[in-house]
Design a binder for this molecule. Structure first.
Ligand SMILES: [Zn+2]
Length: 278
């Protein structure tokens, strides 16, 4: 799953490459991809073709590409969607659900394994685009909103929720998923089930610092693989840089005790060190 750092690196890359360009051709392979936004594929194609790109924004893990007609092209990578920059002549792969090419060259491919994508894309009015894309405008985006640690402390106290669930709940926080939430909590030395309202001032500051450190380290890592022209989410490469997530049975980098995998609720697991995270 693409999380905030991955999508922010993509956003910067796209901003550099496509702002000012005009969309030439659009091909949509699966109707499921446009479903939440449009009745059918031609609706999306009509809304995109001929439009110029004004800006590329991000909220959580969703991209908001502003067009020159007060509409915004929303790209939600879903559970496992990937975006690739390609040459205009690059052939669509079997997993490619959408290709968009530009008049001055270059193209974007949206890919996801399987015939029924969890990714979705569509064009909505720029005003109210977050709501139209199902993104809670009041949820915290740690990078975009850039709160002070004191604001973050007030946010934690008001949310009053176990930390792992809070960090991964898009009604509270957008862009942090299963992977970076585990990394942030390990970095902060805090248990997944600590209530956000029970944190001491010192713990709030630790969590705040950990969140920034993990996000910026991940962006650096993802940016480096992008420069080597590799997919943004190369699982193995990113996994090498993870401290706890997906590493059950391996030693904690801080205390060497084996990492354990704990089920929180259906489909949600956390990887943690029982000694370092309290
Ligand atoms: Zn440990």
């Amino acid at each position: 799953m693409l999380e905030l750092p991955d999508v922010e690196v993509l956003r910067k890359d796209l901003e550099k490459e496509i702002v000012g360009k005009r969309i030439k051709d659009v091909a949509v392979q699966s109707t499921g991809l446009v479903k939440p936004f449009h009745r059918n594929r031609p609706e999306l194609i009509k809304a995109l073709e001929g439009r110029k790109i004004d800006a590329v924004r991000r909220r959580g893990h969703t991209l908001f590409v502003d067009l020159d007609d007060e509409h915004t092209w929303v790209i939600d990578p879903g559970a496992s969607g990937q975006l690739f920059r390609e040459t205009a002549t690059a052939e669509a792969g079997s997993d490619t659900h959408l290709t968009v090419s530009f008049t001055t060259g270059g193209a974007i491919h949206l890919s996801e394994e399987g015939s029924e994508p969890t990714a979705s894309t569509g064009v909505v009015a720029t005003e109210g685009a977050y709501e139209a894309a199902g993104v809670n405008p009041d949820a915290l985006d740690p990078l975009d909103d850039n709160p002070t640690w004191m604001e973050f402390g007030r946010f934690l106290a008001a949310a009053s929720s176990p930390l792992k669930l809070l960090l991964t709940d898009p009604q509270h926080v957008v862009g942090i998923g299963p992977m970076y939430s585990d990394e942030i909590l390990w970095e902060a030395g805090l248990r997944h089930d600590r209530g956000s309202q029970t944190l001491s001032t010192q713990e709030v500051r630790r969590l705040y610092r950990a969140m920034h450190e993990v996000i910026f380290a991940a962006m650096k890592q993802v940016g480096a693989s992008l420069e080597e022209n590799e997919p943004v989410e190369d699982d193995e490469e990113i996994a090498e840089h993870l401290r706890v997530h997906g590493r059950d049975g391996l030693p904690c980098p801080r205390c060497r005790r084996p990492i354990v995998r704990t089920r929180i609720k259906k489909g949600i697991y956390t990887y943690r060190c029982e000694r370092c995270m309290i």
